[in-house]
Design a protein around this ligand. Structure first.
Ligand code: ATP
Length: 368
């Protein structure tokens, strides 16, 4: 009898070569059983190929895939406890919703079809639509049917390949929460492929950021956003200011960096380089500005001699571009709390951020 921890999905040194092109390069990852895991990356980075190998639709060139102790690397797709939901739903148009969901059970001559289908339709909130045909449903409803159909055989792992790609933005947002709710209720392992960073952050417990066939970084949405380890991750998950500096070295639990005109301290656990040239990274909403001479609520890296070059009012926030004395423009996003008016273009400002919010990256990497 396997224990709960025995059903983690373990991918080890997984590689896929197509003729002259290597789509997936020695990928290692562990997806804990029952977690919501997102594979996030730009088009062509190897997400779908990875998913297809887990599903058994592509054969790895090398490496292995285990579910707990079970080696499924070369197992036939239908013999794996894995199911996939695709973007295009792949429903049977001539069968009603009930029969679409029941299909897998009938094929396996499973007992208690009615009870199981009723339960599944209730889970995806489509009980009242059971006798309609797929073309009579909205895109979001069809995707929920696809989800119910994939879940009814109780796979251990559900793979979702850009399942919301065909939906408009508003429906996408509500389906993200809906799928997350369903995952929490059924408690199965979900592996979700997407190129949409907001989608991954909304849904997943853990995100693996993929780029050119390798995983750049893996962690919780907040870890990846607040403490990116590479320039690719810093830029793929939102916007960041990257400021060139020379790394002086570690002093206690901070790393000191000489930037233009000032020395800044980066917490050691956010420093992903320890010598040579570095990028000091700071998210725009962590950059505070104030008209020159007025106090800023951020002890630490206080810089003077900047001025506002651009202002965009976007409702919830105001987005500033601020030219620093060394010529670089930094982004500073400020919540519109109504406490202060908008600072006009041309105003001389002081700039600051709390040192604990900055991160340090290796500057030998390209800035993507
Ligand atoms: P998208 O979001 O666009 O689907 P992806 O990250 O899922 O992108 P993959 O579909 O895994 O990317 O493709 C990774 C790379 O492998 C791409 O450059 C693609 O052109 C290539 N590739 C995929 N399948 C094949 C194939 N059968 N033969 C040759 N090259 C392939």
């Amino acid at each position: 009898m396997s224990s709960v921890a025995d059903r983690d999905l373990r991918i080890s040194k997984l590689t896929k070569e197509f003729a002259t092109f290597t789509a997936v390069k020695s990928l290692d990852l562990v997806v804990p059983q029952g977690s919501f895991f997102a594979l996030l990356g730009p088009s062509g980075c190897g997400k779908t190929t990875t998913l297809r190998m887990v599903a058994g639709l592509d054969t790895p060139t090398s490496g292995s895939i285990h579910l707990g102790d079970l080696d499924v690397t070369y197992e036939k797709p239908y013999r794996r406890p894995v199911n996939t939901v695709f973007q295009n739903y792949a429903l049977f148009p001539h069968l009603d919703i009930y029969e679409n969901v029941a299909f897998g059970l009938r094929r396996r001559r499973s007992p208690e079809v009615a009870r199981q289908v009723d339960e599944m339709l209730a889970l995806v909130e489509l009980t009242s639509q059971a006798r309609k045909k797929p073309p009579q449903l909205s895109g979001g409803q069809q995707q929920r049917v696809a989800l119910a159909r994939a879940l009814i055989n109780r796979p251990e792992v559900l793979l979702l390949d850009e399942p919301l790609g065909a939906l408009d933005l508003k429906l996408r947002r509500s389906m993200q929460l809906e799928i997350k709710r369903i995952q929490t209720e059924v408690g199965l392992t979900f592996v979700h492929v997407t190129h949409d960073q907001e989608e991954a952050m909304t849904m997943a417990d853990t995100i693996a950021v993929m780029n050119a066939g390798v995983i750049e970084q893996m962690g919780s949405p907040t870890e990846l956003y607040e403490n990116p380890a590479t320039t690719f991750v810093a830029n793929f998950l939102g916007q960041s200011n990257l400021i060139a500096g020379k790394i002086i070295g570690r002093e206690g639990d901070v790393v000191k960096v000489q930037m233009e005109g000032t020395v800044v301290s980066i917490p050691a656990d956010r420093a992903h380089a320890d010598h040579g040239d570095g990028w000091v990274g700071i998210r725009p909403e962590k950059v505070l500005i104030a008209p020159a001479g007025q106090p800023i609520d951020a002890p630490g890296n206080h810089m003077t001699g900047a001025y506002v070059t651009d202002v965009s009012f976007v409702g919830v926030s105001t987005q500033y571009l601020v030219r620093m004395p060394w010529g670089q423009e930094l982004m500073a996003f400020e919540q519109n709390t109504g406490v202060r008016g908008i600072i006009p273009v041309g105003t001389a400002v002081d700039v600051s951020w709390r040192p604990e919010f900055a991160f340090l990256l290796d500057a030998s990497q390209d800035v993507n």
